[in-house]
Design a protein around this ligand. Structure first.
Ligand SMILES: NC(=O)c1ccc[n+]([C@@H]2O[C@H](COP(=O)([O-])OP(=O)(O)OC[C@H]3O[C@@H](n4cnc5c(N)ncnc54)[C@H](OP(=O)(O)O)[C@@H]3O)[C@@H](O)[C@H]2O)c1
Length: 249
């Protein structure tokens, strides 16, 4: 019960890694606030998790993020752990990358995540923790992944610099970077057919030393560790949850 009497805000908490984290935080006693775009899956998550509250809010929409922050602040909510997890995938080789694809992915995965943190900062209490979902994709030279990888690499820079800027306020900022994880994201990369998604899954498994995809709950465990007092002397790090993919290449 590491999160008893703690409030946790998870942006992108209605599916995959975010949902597994919502469940894990709640199991350890947290009062969970979660966001997403899809109202049906937000409602389903809130229904399953006692005391959870859900908000439909697009992370790419800065005014929606500001409104959410203002509403929570007016209610006097103090956030102990902020998990910035919203993200989308999208594959295209360099010649096929359009400005629209670039902007769609970056407006969520980089610009959206950065400004969401900025807007939520006033909610964070002393000793608060921020965990951001990166990806080993920012370090693996996977052909076709340039747009996503660039956004996640940018997000890693954001994590390190915010860790430095906020350290004196007693706020820790860390990143959890998953390898291939079995979640709906693998099947809904922008512009990818089902057949291509199957091929991508096989290609991903073949480069994981553990020869399997990870489970969302395995990423959630790392998120809970980084956000808890267990990690009280840890800030500015990227924790890989990837079955050895990056370090054992
Ligand atoms: N699965 C992997 O192999 C893998 C590997 C490395 C990194 N990651 C990262 O892990 C994170 C979670 O992905 P996942 O694999 O769990 O996929 P997922 O099941 O598709 O979950 C993505 C989450 O982000 C939310 N989201 C996406 N766009 C959003 C927006 N504009 N505003 C608000 N919420 C938004 C989704 O909500 P809606 O469903 O309502 O849109 C959902 O809750 C992402 O940042 C992803 O890049 C995943």
């Amino acid at each position: 019960m590491r999160y008893e009497d703690k409030t946790v805000l998870i942006l992108g908490g209605n599916s995959g890694i975010g949902l597994a984290s919502v469940e894990a935080f709640a199991r350890e006693g947290a009062r969970v606030l979660l966001t997403g775009r899809n109202q049906a899956t937000i409602d389903a998550a809130v229904e399953r998790i006692p005391g959870a509250r859900g908000y439909q809010a697009d992370i790419a929409d800065l005014s929606a993020m500001e409104a959410l922050a203002n509403n929570l602040q007016e209610e006097g909510v103090v956030v102990d752990a902020l998990f910035i997890n919203a993200g989308i995938g999208g594959f295209a080789p360099v010649r096929d990358v359009t400005p629209e694809l670039w902007d769609e992915i970056h407006s969520i995965n980089l610009r959206g995540c950065f400004f969401a943190i900025q807007k939520m900062l006033p909610l964070l209490g002393q000793g608060g923790a921020i965990v951001i979902t990166g990806s080993i994709g920012s370090d693996v030279a996977l052909a076709g992944n340039v747009v996503y990888a660039a956004a996640k690499a940018g997000l890693k820079a954001v994590m390190r610099i915010l860790a430095k800027e906020l350290v004196e306020e007693g706020v820790r900022v860390n990143m959890v970077s998953p390898g291939p994880i079995e979640t709906p994201l693998i099947n809904r990369n922008v512009g990818m057919s089902d057949e291509d998604a199957d091929k991508l899954r096989e290609a991903m498994i073949s480069v994981v030393p553990m020869r399997r995809l990870g489970e969302a709950s395995e990423v959630a465990s790392a998120v809970l560790f980084l956000a808890a007092q267990d990690a009280s002397f840890i800030t500015g790090v990227e924790l890989l949850v990837d079955g050895g993919s990056l370090e054992l290449r």
